[in-house]
Design a protein around this ligand. Structure first.
Ligand code: PXL
Length: 284
C-alpha cells in the first residue's frame, strides 16, 4: 500500500488538518502516517482553545523512522506552529525524500485577508523555502500573494471572476517559476462574488498549461475546506491521478460536503459534513 507522511496538527474540533487528512487518504487507499506538529483542543478560530506544541517530538519522528527504515510515496505538510518546525521539516524531507517521493506543501498561513496566529515574517520566509522544494503546492489566493511578496490588499479589491482569475494565474506562474523542481501550483478557494452568480474557483498552473474548475459559492467559509482539498490532491497524486483529475475530484467532494452543511445551521468554525461523501473518493 502507498504511504504518505502527513505533517500537520491534530485538532479536536474544526474538522481540519489531520482529522481531514486521515479519513481522506484512508478512503483513497493511501496509508496516512501522521507527524503531529501540535495537539489542540480545537482549531485556532475558536474563541477558546489550548495548544500543545510538539516541536520537540519532530526529531524523534525522523530518528525512529530512520532506524525503522521506512519509505514514503509522498510527504504532505500543512499547519506548523512556527519557523522552528519548518527547519525540522526540511530535515525530515532531506531524510525521507527519495527519487520517487512526491512532496505536497500546503503553505498554511491564513485566509480571507486574515493571517493565522502563528504567522510571522520569519515563518513566511521559511514557507517560501519549503514551497520551492515541492512537486505540488496548494496555497489559497492570499497565501499565493504572501509567497510572491505581492500586495495582499490587491486581491481583495475586485471579486469579479475575470479579474481575480487573471491575478491568480499570474501568482501561480510566478510561484511555478520560483520552484527548484518541476512544480504544479493549484491556487484554491478563489471566491468570485461580484458576478451575477457567485462561484468559487481553483486554478492549476501545470506543465500542460492553466486549468480552472469552479463550483457554486455558498457565501460562507468553513474550517478545514483547504485541508480537505489538499488531502484529496495528496491522495490523487499518490495514486497516480493527474493534477487536473485530482482537482476535479476534490472540487466535487467539497461541493457536496459544503452543500450538505449549508442545509444545517453549522458555525463555520465547525467545518463541513465531509464524512457523508467520503465514498466518492474511492478509487478503482
Ligand atoms: O485549516 C487550517 C488550520 C489548521 N490547523 C489549525 C488551524 C487552522 C486554521 O485556522 O487553526 C490548528
Amino acid at each position: 500500500m502507498k504511504k504518505a507522511a502527513v505533517i500537520n496538527d491534530l485538532s479536536g474540533f474544526g474538522k481540519c488538518s489531520l482529522t481531514a487528512a486521515i479519513p481522506v487518504l484512508s478512503v483513497m487507499g493511501v496509508q496516512c502516517c501522521p507527524v503531529a506538529t501540535a495537539v489542540l483542543t480545537g482549531q485556532t478560530g475558536y474563541s477558546y482553545y489550548h495548544c500543545r506544541d510538539l516541536t520537540d517530538m519532530m526529531e524523534q519522528y525522523t530518528d525512529a523512522w530512520t532506524q525503522n527504515q521506512v519509505h514514503f510515496d509522498s510527504i504532505y505538510t500543512g499547519y506548523v506552529t512556527g519557523i522552528e518546525q519548518i527547519e525540522y521539516i526540511m530535515h525530515f524531507i532531506d531524510t525521507f525524500r527519495k527519487k520517487d517521493t512526491f512532496l505536497l506543501v500546503d503553505p498554511v498561513m491564513g485566509d480571507d485577508g486574515r493571517v493565522y496566529g502563528m504567522y510571522t515574517p520569519e515563518l513566511l520566509e521559511g514557507m517560501k523555502k519549503l514551497s520551492r522544494k515541492a512537486n505540488l503546492i496548494t496555497p489559497n489566493l492570499m497565501e499565493a500573494a504572501l509567497l510572491t511578496d505581492s500586495d495582499v490588499s490587491d486581491i481583495f479589491s475586485d471579486f469579479t471572476a475575470d479579474v481575480l482569475l487573471g491575478k491568480a494565474q499570474k501568482l501561480g506562474e510566478t510561484l511555478r517559476n520560483l520552484a527548484e523542481v518541476p512544480q504544479d501550483v493549484v491556487i484554491t478557494g478563489i471566491k468570485c462574488k461580484n458576478d451575477a452568480t457567485p462561484f468559487i474557483y481553483n486554478l492549476a498552473v501545470t506543465e500542460t498549461g492553466v486549468h480552472t474548475c469552479r463550483s457554486h459559492f455558498f457565501q460562507k467559509s468553513f474550517s478545514g475546506t483547504g485541508d480537505l482539498f489538499a488531502s484529496v490532491m495528496c491522495g490523487g497524486k499518490t495514486k497516480g491521478l493527474s493534477t487536473q483529475e485530482s482537482m476535479e475530484l476534490a472540487k466535487n467532494f467539497l461541493y457536496h460536503s459544503i452543500a450538505d452543511t449549508m442545509n444545517e445551521d453549522i458555525p463555520g468554525n465547525d467545518g463541513v459534513n465531509f464524512e457523508k461523501f467520503l465514498s466518492e473518493l474511492i478509487l478503482n
